[in-house]
Design a protein around this ligand. Structure first.
Ligand SMILES: [Zn+2]
Length: 128
């Protein structure tokens, strides 16, 4: 069961897609699951660190989530910082598509964020 703890976000992601697909969940449930999935992909999913080393290569250490780096101090917040500086996204973008796993994580995060917004709009409009 220990392995599942690390990958619960993927299960939640599948649940989220099913929720939209089948319309079985109300907007509130969709928002809750979307936020959990977004947080998982941004801060907990197993991915490469992908911070940029001094020589311009990407760090291949394991890390948690798209926005946090590995345990090297310089890397830890490099990506988080990059999201706030000009041209940072372009540099960070390389790490987001480094391998199929990173692609999946990136797409998952984007879908979850849109899903959160869509759920919020639905709730504001009082749609079921
Ligand atoms: Zn690193």
């Amino acid at each position: 069961m220990k392995g599942i703890g690390k990958y619960w976000g993927y299960l939640a992601f599948i649940l989220l897609i099913m929720g939209w697909w089948t319309r079985a969940m109300g907007p509130t449930a969709l928002i809750v699951v979307s936020v959990l999935v977004a947080l998982y992909f941004l801060f907990q999913a197993p991915v490469w660190c992908a911070a940029i080393n001094r020589d311009g290569t990407l760090c291949r250490n394991n890390s948690s989530g798209l926005l946090l780096g590995c345990s090297m101090r310089q890397h830890k917040f490099q990506k988080l910082k990059m999201t706030f500086v000009r041209h940072g996204w372009r540099r960070m973008n390389r790490g987001l598509w480094a391998s199929p796993r990173e692609c999946l994580t990136t797409i998952g995060a984007v879908v979850a964020i849109f899903s959160t917004l869509a759920g919020t709009v639905m709730q504001m409009l009082g749609m079921k």
